[in-house]
Design a protein around this ligand. Structure first.
Ligand code: CA
Length: 498
């Protein structure tokens, strides 16, 4: 019997077992569903079901490389998904153990949040998708890995973007015992609020009875970007600080924009959309930066334009907030929408947003690296400023958190880290691993891109300032605090949500 067959036999013999582990006191009943061997790529993929004991099931995928480098990588979800098997495989192919889970459901929309029997929010499902699933996944997978390799990982990392980035913040708050380092990309912090805020453009245009074609938004953005581009010292198609915009949209009134007469009403409505959700007592959530392509949010295309509903916002309203599957945005008013956002915050906020108490993470010396594109078209980046500032305030100041949390803003990149800017996200886990294992603190990261050259990046509240010289050389830039006030001014606009 070869080694692999021996392992397989052992694994299958404990197919239904209560896992035991020395690395965690928690145990969950579990069942191995399949073991898939990929000889050509030298890894094994194990699919299991794990039962937390509340009539819920977390499906867990573990990618086990033949030659393991000793690292464990837990991965988060995206959108409605708890996670993807492809992420488990991705890290197995890099020689690490890669792990993912389904967050307790296989739905492709928010329907899993509605309990079909009671007609109310399914709190167990919300908790599993919100944060508990990735913890169950981690506890189970670490136990499995120990049995499989006969040793525990020497370092453990968590990584995710969007909903997965939000999972990373939950891990930072609740489960830092599980991980040495966390990468949180474009985190959907306060998912319960920001998802609804994505329909703000349609709600405003409907109430104002003024549907603006997508082409007009695009043309305004192009004009604004051209106006602002050189203000950071380098004309490169990238606006380095979209929180400090001088362009006045009112200057377009009376001109042709996208072949159409641009009116004062156009300017007022676009300004209201840019500003983000307002209510009687202030701003309820952040808008997107003015350099962002609003195609996901605006949804008004054609001539004459036809408005379309933003499906993720409507789904959350239907299945978790109002709990009415028949709900239509046709009847939605701004006031009702604001009421729904506040209800969402109070009803599901605890599942969908971490708190800012990272005391345990600091004590564990777990490192948290956050990256967020400044032209993010799904999750407004201002939420990440707010997160950092609120954590600093809660923990006693910047000096209490700067050894453990680094927040990088990436100009000219959207939610998928695509756009004219330089993408540090392609570095994947390497800056975090260098930080955790080699003590190389990511206080400066040099990014490179064909056609742009090299450029240094600095963590918030620092900013990359051009100081003269060839624009494609990192030495022509320096670290600056010159934009901090603009960041803070923007982040302080939301007052109610903590
Ligand atoms: Ca520029």
């Amino acid at each position: 019997m070869n080694l692999y067959m021996k392992r397989l036999t052992i694994i299958l013999s404990v197919a239904v077992a209560i896992a035991l582990s020395s690395c965690s006191k928690e145990t969950f009943e579990s069942k191995v569903i399949s073991i898939e061997r990929v000889d050509s790529l030298k890894y094994t993929l194990v699919t299991s079901e794990v039962y937390p004991g509340r009539n819920d099931t977390i499906k867990v995928w573990i990618g086990l490389p033949d030659e393991w480098d000793g690292r464990f990588v837990g991965t988060g979800g995206a959108g409605f998904y708890g996670g993807r098997v492809s992420n488990a495989v991705k890290y197995a192919l890099k020689g690490m153990v890669g792990v993912a889970c389904n967050g307790g459901h296989d739905a492709t929309d928010w329907t899993f949040l509605l309990n079909k029997k009671t007609g109310k929010l399914d709190k167990v499902m919300a908790e599993d998708f919100g944060y508990y699933g990735v913890h169950v996944m981690t506890v189970y997978a670490k136990q499995y890995v120990k049995e499989h390799y006969g040793r525990e990982p020497h370092h453990s990392y968590f990584i995710g973007n969007s909903s997965g980035g939000r999972h990373g913040l939950h891990v930072a708050e609740k489960y830092s015992d599980d991980y040495d380092g966390i990468f949180s990309g474009c985190p959907a912090w306060h998912n319960e609020v920001y998802v609804l805020s994505r329909s703000w453009a349609q709600v405003v245009m409907k109430e104002e009875n003024h549907l603006i074609p997508k082409a007009v938004f695009d043309a305004v953005r192009d004009t604004l970007t051209a106006y602002e581009d050189g203000r950071d010292g380098v004309v490169d198609g990238i606006v380095n600080n979209p929180f400090d915009i001088e362009f006045d949209i009112n200057t377009l009134v009376g001109t042709k924009v996208a072949g159409r007469d641009f009116t004062q009403k156009d300017a007022d409505v676009i300004n209201r959309i840019w500003d983000g959700c307002d209510y009687a007592n202030g701003k309820i959530w952040y808008g997107f930066t003015k350099t962002t392509d609003l195609h996901r949010m605006v949804k008004s295309e054609g001539n004459p334009p036809v408005g379309r509903i933003e499906p993720t916002a409507l789904g959350l309203l239907r299945y978790a907030i109002e709990c009415n599957p028949e709900l239509s945005l046709d009847s939605m008013t701004v006031n009702r929408y604001i009421d729904d956002i506040i209800l969402s915050y109070n009803k599901i906020g605890k599942y969908f947003s971490s708190t800012v108490n990272l005391r345990r993470m600091l004590k564990n010396d777990t490192k948290l690296l956050i990256m967020h594109g400044l032209d993010d078209d799904m999750v407004p980046p201002t939420g990440s400023i707010r997160f950092y500032e609120d954590v600093a305030k809660a923990m006693g100041g910047y000096d209490k958190i700067e050894n453990n949390i680094k927040l990088y803003f990436l100009p000219g990149l959207n939610h998928s880290f695509k756009g004219p800017g330089i993408n540090l996200r392609t570095l994947d886990l390497s800056p975090l691993i260098d930080w955790v294992e080699n003590g190389i603190v990511p206080d400066e990261i040099i990014g490179k891109k064909a056609g742009v050259g090299e450029r240094p990046f600095y963590p918030y509240p620092y900013y990359t300032e051009y100081v003269g010289g060839p624009v494609d050389k990192a030495s022509s830039y320096s670290r600056s605090l010159s934009q901090k006030d603009a960041y803070l001014r923007e982040a302080s606009k939301v007052t109610w949500c903590k």
